[in-house]
Ligand binder design. Structure first.
Ligand SMILES: [Zn+2]
Length: 165
C-alpha cells in the first residue's frame, strides 16, 4: 500500500504484533522514500450476505445507522451506538467465519440493544423479527418483564432519565 505521507508505493515492515484478542495484526511500517512510519491493521475480511444474496463488507456504520433508527427520541448517545456496533462486530468475528447472513447481524444486535434501551429494542425486534400483531408485542414485553436486564432495575426511588443525555 502507498505511504500515506508521500504516496511512495513501497514500505518496509519493521514490527508485527497480534492485537490482544488475536483477531488482527498490527504492522509498523517504514517508508524508504520519506523515512516516516505508519501503522496498518490487518484483519480477515468479513462479509455480510444480504437477503438478495449480495455480499457486502461488514460495516459498523451500517449497524449504527440501523440501531440508530430504532433509538430515535430515546436517551441513547452516539457513543452507545458505537459500543453496540463494536460488540456486534466482536460477536460475529468470534464465530471465526468469513461470511455471515444479514440475519445473524440482526440477532447479534438484539442482546446489547435490549440491555441498552427496551423501547428501542422492541422497535428493532418488531421490524427485524416481523411482528405482525399486538400479541407479538405482548409476548416480547412479557419476555422483557420476565428477564429484566441490569439497566432495567434502577435503585429504589430512582427514575431512568427520559430525555436525551
Ligand atoms: Zn513516504
Amino acid at each position: 500500500m502507498y505511504c500515506p505521507y508521500c504516496r511512495n508505493e513501497d514500505s518496509r515492515v519493521v514490527d508485527s504484533r497480534l492485537v490482544e484478542d488475536g483477531t488482527a495484526i498490527r504492522r509498523r511500517r517504514l517508508c524508504p522514500a520519506c523515512h516516516r512510519r505508519f501503522t496498518t491493521v490487518e484483519t480477515t475480511s468479513l462479509s455480510v450476505i444480504k437477503r438478495s444474496g449480495v455480499a457486502e463488507p461488514f460495516s459498523r456504520t451500517k449497524v449504527m445507522s440501523g440501531v440508530g433508527k430504532a433509538c430515535q427520541g430515546r436517551p441513547v448517545s452516539e457513543d452507545d451506538l458505537s459500543k453496540i456496533a463494536q460488540e456486534v462486530e466482536e460477536t460475529i468475528r468470534a464465530k471465526g467465519v468469513a461470511e455471515v447472513d444479514a440475519n445473524e447481524v440482526g440477532l447479534a444486535i438484539l442482546a446489547p440493544l435490549r440491555r441498552l434501551d427496551q423501547v428501542a429494542f422492541l422497535r428493532f425486534a418488531s421490524v427485524y423479527q416481523g411482528f405482525e400483531s399486538l400479541e407479538d408485542f405482548e409476548a416480547a414485553i412479557a419476555d422483557l418483564r420476565a428477564q429484566p436486564g441490569p439497566k432495567d432495575l434502577p435503585p429504589e426511588g430512582e427514575q431512568r432519565p427520559l430525555t436525551a443525555r
